[in-house]
Design a protein around this ligand. Structure first.
Ligand SMILES: [Zn+2]
Length: 338
């Protein structure tokens, strides 16, 4: 029922400021409630508590209903990677805390990526803490095979962190129930027979083992803590407690390459003018011959270094252009494909 004491009309464009409600806008919002959506704090969502200029479903609304209904998880990006396999990065791909669940549905088809002459779908998830995960892959169309592999910043599998399963689930279904280290993982859906096709469902449940557990770090011989974080994307913050170098705060992140790799490293911050360092490190932590620095090659005051790294260990230094700056930053490492 629509309140006849209000003024109603049907129109497009921004809301009228004379108090006339737009019928479709209000209907779309109110229909969200019986479907299970509460009000959202996202500023542009249809489900925000107050009428806005938005008249169509927004990403926040879609993610909300997808999490209620299961399946069809919103996809943020599909990216090619070095193995020639395209990878799906679901929108809600970061998991931390207790009782996280994610559900996704898909279909293996002949047009998929091929691995060992079988179709393969790949999804990327990041577990922000050491976690126990229970991943179930079910299909009535084929005998499913499940992969879970931790990947480094340079998209290499991390030793000791690859899991596979064929029949640990009910019937022929696959299930991986393991304690895993914090990190970014590729979840692979495949089948035991080469050319199997058909629909499948994946459910992921994760529980953080220890909220303070995260990526490994150690104190270097220079007194600076080094985050040994091989994830493709890293969030951090320059703060007053950080090591200070030339009047500027400094965070160090260690990455490793197994094969010679052309990498692009983006450092961005909306809080400070970033400066990015990349140095080769020897096994005794003395610095090697490769040493690069960039201030503003990215958009605005962000930094980018693109270079070919021979196999080895490297430190990324995050610092600011001006003294004493603090704030949040993000590092994204991507491989530049030949
Ligand atoms: Zn409402």
């Amino acid at each position: 029922m629509f309140n006849s004491a209000e003024k109603w009309d049907i129109y497009s464009g921004p809301r009228r400021l004379d108090g006339t409600f737009e019928f479709e806008h209000v209907a779309l919002h109110e229909l969200g409630h019986p479907l299970g959506l509460k009000h959202s704090t996202a500023s542009d969502a249809m489900m925000r508590a107050f009428v806005s200029d938005t008249n169509t479903l927004q990403a926040d609304d879609i993610a909300g209903i997808a999490s209620i209904c299961g399946g069809g998880e919103a996809v943020q990006a599909t990216v090619a990677n070095i193995y020639g396999v395209s990878l799906v990065a679901p929108e809600n791909s970061k998991l931390s805390g207790q009782n996280n669940s994610r559900n996704l549905s898909g279909s293996l088809s002949g047009g998929d990526n091929q691995l060992d002459s079988g179709s393969l779908d790949l999804y990327q998830y990041t577990f922000e803490n050491d976690s126990t995960v229970d991943i179930q892959l079910k299909s009535q169309a084929f005998d499913p095979f499940l992969y879970l592999a931790r990947v480094s910043a340079t998209k290499a599998a991390v030793a000791g962190s690859t899991f596979t399963d064929d029949n640990s689930g009910s019937g022929n279904n696959a299930r991986i129930n393991e304690s895993i280290q914090a990190g970014t993982y590729w979840l692979g859906v495949s089948s035991t027979s080469g050319n199997a096709t058909g629909n499948y469902d994946v459910s992921i449940i994760s529980n953080t083992n220890n909220p303070s557990s995260s990526f490994e770090s150690y104190t270097s011989i220079y007194g600076v803590d080094v985050l040994a974080n091989p994830n493709p994307s890293i969030s951090g913050s320059l703060g007053l407690a950080d090591f200070k170098f030339n009047e500027k705060f400094l965070d160090l992140v260690q990455i490793e390459t197994v094969v010679s790799s052309k990498v692009r490293i983006d450092l961005s911050s909306s809080a400070f003018d970033t400066s990015l360092l990349l140095v080769a490190v020897n096994s005794d932590q003395s610095l090697g011959s490769l040493s690069l620095q960039n201030d503003d090659n990215g958009s605005g005051t962000n930094s980018v270094i693109e270079t070919t790294l021979p196999p080895g260990t490297y430190w990324l230094g995050v610092t600011s252009f001006a003294p004493d700056e603090t704030g949040d930053y993000n590092i994204a490492i991507s491989l530049v494909l030949p």
